[in-house]
Design a protein around this ligand. Sequence first.
Ligand code: ATP
Ligand code: MG
Length: 328
Amino acid sequence: MQAVAVVGITKNYVLPDGSEVVALRGVDLQVAPGEIFALLGPNGAGKTTLLSILTTLLAPTAGTASVAGFDVVRQPAAVKRRIAVTFQELVVDGDLSGRRTLEYHGALYGLDRRVQKERITELARLVELEDVLDRKVETYSGGMKRRLELVRGLLTDPEVLFLDEPTQGLDPQNRVNIWKYVRQLRDQRGLTIVLTTHYMEEAETLADRVAIIDHGKVVGEGRPADLIRTLGADVVTISGQGAGDVLAQKLEALPYVMHVTRHATDSQHLFQIGVDDGDGRLAAIVAIAAGTGFNIQRVNVNRPTLGDVFSPIQAKHCATHKADPRRK
Ligand SMILES: Nc1ncnc2c1ncn2[C@@H]1O[C@H](COP(=O)(O)OP(=O)(O)OP(=O)(O)O)[C@@H](O)[C@H]1O
Ligand SMILES: [Mg+2]
């Protein structure tokens, strides 16, 4: 059984003037138990909408979804008992102490007081909040508030934890700490974790599998390393001025080129070229560019990151793709 199964989920929001916003257009995905799954996408992609549907807060317009084996529309109470969610917008009340916030939450869920006390101690220790637990939440830093949210979500011992942008607005140090806790949770408790993010790095370091979502559709899915591999072993980036169309055609025709993405402004072109061997092909690529009269200003060779997988989507108006020749 999958921890999360989504089939053909569509969501249209109806605005007060009667017009509609299509937020999700036929999303399919599956998350296995114990997996850390990241939904990666730019602002407005539909990440929060999908999370809201999976956590039963929002009804889909069409399609079905189940969480921990229960249908989110027909069995919302059973789903709610098995999940926890932390939101993009923090909902903690500043006037209470961290401990009181957690106790209220536990009471709301009818947790046994002794169990609750033990869990608060254990979880606060896990996320290194024990020293500030009796301070008012309004005195917490952004990172502390996020960690408190994490403890609040975990207090009810969920099977599936949904985290909407768990590190938004945090500095790199705090972000790395949250990643560490998330990974520990999965390793120690076998929790399934579904998180949304628009940080490539977050998806790449944290997730077992990633779905890239854009304009309400899943446009790429797989293990981070596999998504990266579809780009080629290396990415040669060249920027400069000249006949971009001609160069793009020439590059695409090369047998060792897997993927060409072009970002163009008025006079500047930036090419990201996925190749089998960056160092080995660099000289040939530079020679071809020079042969078309392209005036090269910068060149470099990198291993691809999820950012490279992602940027063609953001810049898709000027992207050209080509099938991976190794996949035949
Ligand atoms: N309550 C709402 N009413 C109308 N439209 C909405 C509502 N909530 C979201 N939308 C629209 O649905 C689309 C998806 O929004 P959503 O919040 O799910 O995106 P997101 O991927 O979470 O973005 P972000 O990265 O900014 O959090 C956007 O076009 C947004 O404007
Ligand atoms: Mg969002």
